[in-house]
Design a binder for this molecule. Structure first.
Ligand SMILES: NC(=O)c1ccc[n+]([C@@H]2O[C@H](COP(=O)([O-])OP(=O)(O)OC[C@H]3O[C@@H](n4cnc5c(N)ncnc54)[C@H](OP(=O)(O)O)[C@@H]3O)[C@@H](O)[C@H]2O)c1
Length: 508
């Protein structure tokens, strides 16, 4: 078949490693926590896996009096401490040659002119071809300033033969109105396909596996609906407190920090219809459709709960409560635990509750999606035979112990007919020899390739705020969060919320 007649000629074989073309990455806020712990190591790991072009360049922008070599030393230390793959001197040397540092604050015009000159120099010396991604790893209040400065200094448009992209960290706004305002600033500078909003959960292998599990198999999808599913529980539990992030966290809280983005994205992937393809547009269409069908219950007092951790014990240590943490207003009403019940008004899910919960200082660090099935409509076994039989469940373990568990009843060996719950397990660590890349590795590579599949679009972000805003407003007007001892599974009201529905939370 001639090339022109071959309908697959433009289709890239996605089994092959995808390697970024000539390009560079500019990180704003390069001295920050995220940059040191995640971004710098991810860049090194990509280079180590041979996924970056030979002339790849990394530019740091921050208010420090550093030379290029000082910056390279900081990256070196961060890589040594946090990289996933082994340190190899030859990879490091090649990467270090393309490192530049631009000192400055965000409203400093001269610094942005220096940045422009640095990019031009890199195009000449490293062959970056004018292709640059700008990673805004900065406090959210500076997103508009940095975006506007990029436009003002002619950095947001690479011209005809090169690309410019903006990567924006979370949180994207703190309610619908602020998200819309930010979107309008960003879209005044960048076209929609130039903007990559980070929800790092979408970069996790296990989250992408939700789509593989559902749409690459035949045995799950027939059960994935209201005829068989009793309810779905989506949990992101942390055992840590707020650490040194009081300034960021207080006033934001767990629902805005986690439910608005990570948990609603997990819900969308779990509940959406099969997309026409795995291209960004088709995925967004389906995610948005299901998010648009999400409905909050009318009685928010009964179907939402917020809590705040009090002093308690965790891992054998006594830990202080949220209100005693350094930098927290002792009168703070910020939630460190949030649970909501959502319904999805469509044919597949009508009447099936989706319970979302997140919290800090809970019993264990775990993120999972549990699809809990209805009980068998009739049991031929006597009640005494099935004492320990629960409901069938399929649990996608997002982290840690990444994998999938299926729970079902099985006969206990012996002469009598006793049935008990057992589990069947798939664990990434056992089935595959490759270790999973860090989410940020995948996402940075996707940005350099211009692949937007794993990045929420502005409509999704706005719709998610639209879902959460009424809950936050209700909480603002009604009392305070309930205290729960650190190391437990959250406030009592959360257990009561499910008990009223005749259900209980999983204790992972
Ligand atoms: N850390 C995480 O694990 C995490 C997770 C998810 C999302 N995020 C998001 O990622 C972004 C960065 O977070 P982070 O934890 O790395 O924050 P961070 O540790 O507070 O770092 C913020 C960075 O911004 C710089 N900066 C602040 N004000 C500046 C100004 N006026 N001019 C120039 N530079 C300025 C800081 O420089 P100085 O060193 O000079 O102060 C620092 O490099 C935020 O949007 C955050 O919400 C972080």
């Amino acid at each position: 078949m001639s090339d022109a007649a071959n309908p697959l000629r433009d289709v890239q074989d996605r089994r092959l490693p995808r390697i970024a073309g000539p390009s560079g990455l500019v990180i704003f806020g390069v001295t920050g926590d995220l940059s040191r712990k995640k971004l710098m190591p991810a860049v090194y790991d990509l280079a180590n896996r041979g996924l970056l072009p030979p002339g790849f360049s990394l530019v740091g922008f921050a208010r420090r009096d550093w030379e290029d070599q000082d910056f390279a030393q900081v990256v070196h230390d961060a890589v040594k401490e946090h990289a996933r793959t082994p340190f190899r001197e030859e990879v490091w040397q090649q990467l270090a040659e393309g490192m530049r540092f631009v000192p400055g604050v965000f409203d400093d015009d001269e610094a942005f002119e220096n940045l422009k000159a640095t990019i031009e120099e890199l195009d000449k010396s490293r062959g970056t071809g004018g292709n640059f991604a700008f990673y805004l790893s900065v406090p959210p209040k500076f997103f508009p300033t940095v975006v506007s400065q990029l436009k003002k200094h002619g950095l947001s448009d690479g011209g005809q033969d090169s690309w410019r992209r903006a990567v924006i960290e979370k949180p994207f706004g703190h309610d619908l109105k602020s998200a819309q305002e930010l979107n309008s600033v960003v879209h005044g500078v960048f076209k929609p396909d130039q903007v990559f909003r980070i929800d790092h959960y979408l970069g996790k292998e296990t989250v992408q596996n939700i789509l593989a599990l559902r749409f690459a198999n035949t045995m799950f999808e027939p059960l994935w609906n209201r005829s068989y599913v009793d309810h779905v529980q989506i949990t992101m539990a942390e055992d840590i407190g707020i650490g040194g992030r009081a300034g960021y966290y207080d006033g934001i809280g767990s629902a805005r920090d986690v439910i608005q983005n990570h948990l609603l994205q997990l819900l969308a992937l779990t509940a959406m219809e099969e997309p026409a393809s795995f291209h960004a547009k088709a995925l967004v269409t389906e995610k948005l459709k299901v998010l648009n069908a999400v409905r909050l219950p009318s009685d928010l007092g009964k179907h939402t709960v917020r809590g705040q951790y009090a002093a308690g014990w965790q891992g054998g240590h006594k830990v202080q409560g949220y209100l005693e943490e350094e930098g927290i207003d002792p009168e703070s009403k910020t939630d460190t635990y949030a649970a909501v019940r959502l319904e999805i008004d469509n044919r597949r899910w009508a009447g099936v509750p989706f319970y979302l919960r997140t919290g800090k200082r809970l019993g264990r660090r775990v993120t999972e999606i549990a699809v809990v099935f209805q009980r068998a409509p009739h049991s031929p076994f006597g009640a005494t035979d099935t004492q320990e039989l629960g409901q069938n469940a399929l649990v996608i373990r997002v982290q840690p112990d990444e994998g999938v568990t299926i729970r079902f009843g099985s006969k206990v060996p012996g002469t009598q007919m006793e049935i008990r719950d057992v589990t069947m397990d798939f664990a990434y660590g056992e089935s595959f020899t490759e270790s999973s890349p860090e989410a940020y590795e995948r996402l940075i590579l996707d940005v350099l390739l211009g692949d937007a599949n794993l990045f929420p679009r502005h409509q999704e972000v706005e719709r998610s705020w639209e879902i959460l805003d009424p809950v936050e407003e209700y909480w603002d007007e009604h009392g305070k969060p309930e205290q729960y001892p650190a190391g437990t599974w959250g406030p009592q009201a959360a257990d009561e919320m499910l008990a009223r529905d005749g259900r209980s939370w999983r204790r992972p």
